[in-house]
Write a protein that binds this ligand. Structure first.
Ligand SMILES: *[C@@H]1O[C@H](CO)[C@@H](O)[C@H](O)[C@H]1NC(C)=O
Ligand SMILES: *[C@@H]1O[C@H](CO)[C@@H](O)[C@H](O)[C@H]1NC(C)=O
Ligand SMILES: *[C@@H]1O[C@H](CO)[C@@H](O)[C@H](O)[C@H]1NC(C)=O
Length: 498
């Protein structure tokens, strides 16, 4: 998500941030990777699978197609953090946060008392903390005036109206299965919408720019070999994606990346030189500042560009015999009972989208990069492209390239060389090969053990019976009961049966 306003309503935070806490204060700290006590060789680059709670671009969890990274902290506590290349802060709820601020999510709040490395930043006891906090006045603020806790508070607002707030802390994070654990400065706090609702994921992982960004911290700590990360979101009907950290080598599985200059200071942005739908060049698509935003679902275009794109899309769809209905966005369907318009036949109906980035990076994208499947009508597809004026964006002159258009493009952000590399790939194939999903399912283990034990019991029981019946007549223990009364009962029973 794009950050809209920062420095919001920090005043109301005082009470929440002033938790008592019986933690020891480490005045001198040196964030450093601790390589898991030499147990195994740790790599300095990793490909990590990401998940979302739904496969639909617009679905049950309305902004549900956002991919989260699962991180682990002390006591195997896990958190699902939305990987957002559009914002800079990482945070999730910690114990003590009131429900109305932190809400209910996938996992319980972080119990930092289980951690030996957790500490809150403190602007009075640590000059380092104060410097860190004061250096980013737009998002962070030393609480020396509000409720005098001397905590470093954060406040951040996003274009969709949601707001995140809390205080800054530091602790050890484990992510992926190759990287050394890393000390990360993050926020203890929550995000909520104006109506008070929350997202299902636990929090955010800020992957845009600056000191607070997740990748910046990993690179500074030396956990990854370079200040580089990559993102690959999969096509329609999938709920997975992939994140690479460090300079990850896919060998020849990824075609050579084409590089474009990285723009902006707060955004991960590039310059678009043109959009072409089929062979029609879209008006106003030249020289447009473009933010690559993994945390936004759809794509937002400047109004004029959006209008021209839709006009061309309308024409193409109509001449292919499709009907158009405008329901918030333009949706296309075939006016027949038995429609052959499905996600597999999209290319028969719709042209490719060719995007060129400065100077000559050209990506030829499939219709799935501008259309999403309607959730009701299986044979209808809607344009996942919005106009900046509809999205009520303050800056209507830029493109925000969301999940919709990032699908099946591997994008590598090389912050060391201020450049962005791109290549169209099958992200799903790549993830299956390099970041295979091993969902950790404790029930599977329990079930396996149970089945094994059960089988052992049955085999053991049957063997025992057979043994007793055929091989060990002599020490027949049952003979103890074979007295006369018992015999009679058996005979009567036998009679009743006949
Ligand atoms: C802190 O409070 C003092 C006195 O109330 C005020 O003069 C000062 O401007 C405040 N500082 C900030 C950063 O708000
Ligand atoms: C920061 O340190 C001061 C002085 O030791 C202490 O009074 C205060 O509670 C601390 N604040 C936090 C948030 O740890
Ligand atoms: C596309 O066609 C629909 C239906 O005819 C119409 O309502 C809409 O305004 C058209 N859009 C553009 C951009 O021309």
């Amino acid at each position: 998500m794009i950050v809209l306003v920062v420095y919001v309503a920090l005043v109301a935070l005082g009470a929440h941030a002033s938790g008592k806490g019986s933690f020891a204060i480490a005045v001198k700290r040196k964030p450093r990777a601790t390589a898991g006590a030499g147990r195994r060789l740790l790599s300095k680059a990793d490909a990590i699978p990401l998940h979302s709670y739904g496969a639909d671009l617009i679905g049950l969890y309305s902004s549900g197609h956002e991919f989260f990274l699962t991180v682990e902290l002390a006591g195997k506590q896990k958190f699902d953090l939305e990987v957002d290349t559009g914002s800079p802060l990482t945070y999730f709820p910690c114990k003590g946060c009131p429900l109305e601020v932190c809400g209910i999510h996938e996992h319980p709040y972080y119990d930092y008392d289980m951690s030996k490395t957790f500490r809150k930043l403190n602007c009075t006891t640590s000059t380092e903390d104060a410097a860190y906090c004061n250096a980013q006045p737009n998002v962070l603020l030393c609480d020396t005036n509000i409720s005098y806790t001397n905590t470093c508070l954060f406040g951040i607002g996003y274009v969709d109206g949601s707001v995140g707030r809390g205080y800054m802390a530091e602790d050890t994070f484990t992510l992926g299965d190759e990287l050394a654990p890393a000390k990360i400065t993050f926020g203890c706090g929550g995000m909520y919408y104006p109506d008070g609702s929350n997202l299902r994921q636990d929090g955010m992982a800020g992957f845009s720019r600056g000191n607070t960004a997740f990748h910046t911290q990993l690179a500074k700590a030396g956990v990854i070999d370079a200040h580089v990360f990559g993102f690959c979101s999969e096509g329609m009907e999938t709920s997975t994606a992939m994140l690479t950290l460090g300079r990850y080598n896919f060998g020849r599985r990824v075609p050579e990346l084409a590089w474009t200059r990285m723009l902006g200071e707060d955004d991960l942005a590039v310059r678009t030189m043109s959009w072409k739908l089929g062979d029609k060049t879209i008006a106003s698509s030249s020289n447009v500042y473009t933010v690559l935003d993994s945390g936004t679902t759809l794509t937002v275009l400047p109004s004029a560009m959006h209008h021209d794109f839709m006009t061309h899309l309308n024409e193409t769809a109509r001449s292919a015999g499709l009907s158009v209905v405008v329901r918030g966005t333009h949706c296309f369907y075939e006016n027949q009972r038995q429609s052959s318009l499905t996600q597999y036949t999209l290319t028969r109906w719709f042209p490719s989208l060719t995007i060129t980035y400065d100077p000559d990076v050209t990506l030829v994208l499939r219709p799935e990069n501008y259309l999403f499947a309607d959730t009701v009508n299986l044979h209808a597809f809607c344009a996942g492209i919005m106009s900046a004026s509809d999205a009520a964006l303050a800056n209507g002159e830029q493109i925000i390239l969301g999940q919709q258009t990032l699908r099946n493009t591997f994008v590598e952000y090389d912050l060391e060389n201020s450049r962005v590399g791109m290549a169209t790939v099958q992200c799903e194939k790549l993830r299956e090969k390099f970041a295979p999903d091993t969902p950790h399912n404790p029930w599977k283990f329990v079930a396996t053990v149970f089945i094994l034990l059960f089988t052992a019991c049955v085999i053991g029981g049957v063997s025992l019976c057979l043994y007793v019946k055929f091989w060990s007549r002599k020490p027949f223990k049952y003979q103890v009961f074979a007295d006369e009364t018992l015999d009679k009962e058996i005979e009567m029973g036998d009679l009743a049966d006949t």
